[in-house]
Design a protein around this ligand. Structure first.
Ligand code: PLP
Length: 262
């Protein structure tokens, strides 16, 4: 019997179920994994925006993480919203004590609604976490902040930024074209000293993309744990994500940016 990968999401919440750990759990299940979740920050939000956040003490996150790793063999970890420096430090410390075989970091900073999901003062700590993970999945504004540069103007510029982040950190980077203008929506895996693996995609004209980044990083961590092949994991994830965005309008959840159809 093949072991179903046990995938842990470390992320914030979305009570409307579209982003954060809720999206991650659906995404992990849809991509063939067993989902687990440790909450970093409680977020009072809906499809229109973030109303308030509440972070339990970072030591309580450590208790959650230890409770999982003391009992369950973890095959992959997806890290999402971390919120502040104390939380980043707690996760970094746990990663040192319990090195999981696969760690994917979605460096969540600002939501589509323009609400901040990471303290500005914590950007340096998040940068320092990047070399500690196997794959980082920034959107283009987040990629620019990680490099402390202006946002990429076009796809060639985005690829160049991704390659430089991979060189500087030794970590693979998923460069995502979702924030570019135009009809194309490519994604690429770039690694230090590797030729980029580029997948072309079509842009789907829909406002319902809330939680797309969360869902994609959780799916990639899961697919990677299923068969261990980065390129295949991205190819399968992108096909699944395209279908999930294409059928998002059927859901009719909320009046703002609705969730994708996991
Ligand atoms: N809320 C939480 C808890 C998240 O982790 C994220 C992830 O990026 C978001 C909201 C942002 O959602 P989006 O920008 O896709 O609307």
């Amino acid at each position: 019997m093949t072991q179903i990968p046990r995938v842990l999401s470390i992320a914030g919440t979305d009570p409307t179920g579209g982003a954060g750990i809720h999206a991650d759990l659906k995404s992990i299940a849809a991509n063939g994994g067993y989902g687990m979740a440790a909450v970093t920050v409680l977020v009072a939000q809906n499809t229109r925006g973030v109303r308030a956040t509440h972070a339990p003490p970072a030591s309580f996150l450590t208790s959650q993480l230890d409770a999982v790793s003391d009992d369950v063999t973890i095959d992959a970890v997806k890290i999402g919203m971390l919120g502040d420096t104390a939380i980043i430090d707690a996760v970094a410390d746990w990663l040192t004590r319990v090195p999981p075989p696969i760690v994917v970091l979605d460096p969540v900073m600002i939501a589509t609604s323009d609400d901040r999901l990471l303290d500005e003062t914590a950007e340096g700590s998040l940068r320092a976490l990047v070399p500690r993970v196997d794959l980082v999945t920034p959107n283009l504004p987040e990629l620019a902040i990680l490099l402390d540069e202006p946002v990429a103007r076009d796809w060639a510029h985005a690829l160049d930024q991704g390659e430089r982040l991979a060189q500087d950190t030794g970590t693979r980077v998923l460069v995502k074209g979702g924030h570019l203008a135009g009809m194309a929506c490519p994604d690429a895996l770039v690694g230090a000293g590797e030729a980029p693996f580029v997948l072309d995609g079509i842009r789907i004209n829909t406002p319902h993309t809330h939680g797309t980044g969360c869902s994609m990083s959780a799916a990639l961590a899961t697919r990677l744990a299923v068969h261990g092949d980065w390129r295949r994991a991205l190819t399968e994830t992108k096909a699944w994500l395209t279908d999930s965005i294409q059928s998002a309008a059927e859901l009719r959840v909320g009046a703002g940016h609705g969730p994708i159809n996991h």
